[in-house]
Write a protein that binds this ligand. Structure first.
Ligand code: GDP
Ligand code: IMO
Ligand code: MG
Length: 420
């Protein structure tokens, strides 16, 4: 069997957590393939709301095995607080979560380095989530990282060496810090990890696929935050794209099946960096308020704007998206006019191919749509959608060449329309 992938096509926060939860009943295993606690994946059902950061979003539907893959960077302290909170609310995950021994560990000093590097960038700062993501992936690539498997042998010495190296950099940067409390929590987190299955996840996943059992790979962040194809340097430090599922789980490219690409009916971005369709007026503010566009991890206000088809088509291409999933259409219920950027005007040229740079002298060119101006939250069949919304969806399908198979009309698990 082939593994299916679900990933974000914009700047993150598209609603990946919700959709993974909705699709989990169709799969035997859910596996996260990259990112770390910079992610905040929200799930709502039965009046409960959960925000998951390093734990995959397949934990609430049936007793499915959830794997944290080798491409993920794991902060044991965050993982512990997340898992313990879930256990307190009746979801004991000890038998249902398995961690790749090859996943890299976020050290407390990685978090300090994240803060120090951001401070040193001054006005050019990325606006990271401050979770130590960049420094951890940097250590991975420079072959200095510590992995989950390292906690099983001789860990103290390995940790002391990495910490000393980080502290030297922090001293050289004149960065003031207090490590003691963070370190205590982190070391308790390391002990806590030992209760879980620490596995060679590439073998486990390939065995599952060979046994004709199904796997859903869950991405974090979004394509426009990808280290290679995102709006560099205002990106995260991993490959958020479909190829990241191959490297982050050990799945061969020819074993990838369906690629579900998720996008919001508009765009948001949190943190710094270019955003062509960003709205600075009351329309942007309205989208932000109606859509509750505030970061689920940092609480930061998300920047809002119209849907950007130039960027969306690029994401579809890079990921080989086979099915689109449109989220939060309900947020646009009240708007008289809705816009989609179909090209960029750069200087005197009209550009439809996503360019190297999206900052500077760039103006989005919009196609306008009549808004549906009615409440769609209670609708559960595509046939019952207002014609204006159908026109919006069908325009996106025609432009991308990919069917919109799922449409979400509210945060709850039930507020989901799956088209036949
Ligand atoms: P993720 O990081 O991609 O999982 O997305 P987040 O959880 O960070 O952000 C998505 C937000 O939108 C969450 O607060 C969800 O509860 C909410 N949400 C998801 N789908 C819908 C929808 O169709 N309509 C509305 N109004 N909210 C939604
Ligand atoms: P989910 O999985 C939205 C953004 C940060 C910052 C940049 C780099 O919930 O969609 P990092 O801490 O990764 O070094 O920050 O990436 N960012 C996200 N934005 N959703 C996320 O995750 C994000 N994870 C990182 O705001 O601009
Ligand atoms: Mg999020």
């Amino acid at each position: 069997m082939k593994a299916d992938v679900i990933l974000g096509l914009q700047w993150g926060d598209e609603g990946k957590g919700k959709v993974v939860d909705v699709l989990t009943p169709h799969y035997d295993v859910v596996a996260r393939f990259q990112g770390g606690p910079n992610a905040g994946h929200t799930l709502e059902f039965n009046g409960e709301r959960y925000i998951l950061r390093s734990i995959p979003s397949g934990i609430f539907q049936g007793n499915k095995l959830n794997i944290i893959g080798n491409g993920v960077v794991l902060d044991p302290a965050v993982f512990r607080s997340e898992a313990e909170a879930l256990a307190r609310s009746g979801h004991d995950l000890t038998q249902r979560i398995a961690l790749s021994k090859k996943a890299h560990l976020i050290l407390p000093t990685h978090r300090l380095l994240d803060a120090a590097y951001e401070a040193a960038k001054g006005d050019d700062k990325v606006g990271t989530t401050g979770k130590g993501i960049g420094p951890t992936y940097t250590d991975k690539v420079s072959r200095n990282g510590l992995r989950v498997g390292d906690i099983l042998h001789d860990f103290e010495a390995k940790y002391a060496k990495a910490k000393a190296r980080h502290e030297q950099i922090l001293r050289e940067m004149n960065f003031e810090y207090d490590l003691a409390e963070m370190e205590q929590e982190w070391l308790a987190g390391i002990e806590y990890l030992k209760r879980f299955q620490l596995i060679d996840s590439e073998h486990v996943i390939n065995r599952i696929l060979n046994e004709e059992r199904s796997v859903l790979c869950e991405g974090a962040q979004g394509t426009m935050l990808d280290i290679d194809f995102g709006s560099y340097p205002f990106v995260t430090s991993s490959n958020t794209i479909c190829a990241g599922a191959c490297t982050g789980l050990g799945i061969a490219p020819n074993k990838i099946g369906e690629v579900f690409g998720i996008f919001k009916a508009y765009c948001t971005r949190v943190g710094a960096g270019p955003f062509p369709t960003e709205l600075f007026d009351e329309v942007g503010e309205e989208i932000c308020q109606i859509g509750h566009e505030f970061g689920s991890v940092t609480g930061r206000k998300r920047r809002c704007g119209w849907l950007d088809l130039v960027a969306l088509k690029y994401s579809v291409m890079i990921n080989g998206v086979t099915s689109l999933i449109m989220m939060k259409a309900d947020v646009l219920n009240d708007f008289e006019t809705i816009k989609i950027a179909t090209s960029y005007k750069i200087g005197n040229e009209f550009v439809t191919e996503f360019p190297y740079e999206i900052g500077g002298d760039l103006t989005p060119v919009y196609t306008e749509f009549k808004g549906w101006q009615c409440d769609i939250n209670a609708i559960r069949r595509y046939e019952d959608f207002p014609p204006e919304l159908k026109a919006y969806v069908e325009f996106i399908e025609a432009q991308t060449g990919v069917p919109v198979k799922i449409i979400s009309v509210g945060p709850d698990r039930e507020a989901t329309i799956v088209r036949g």
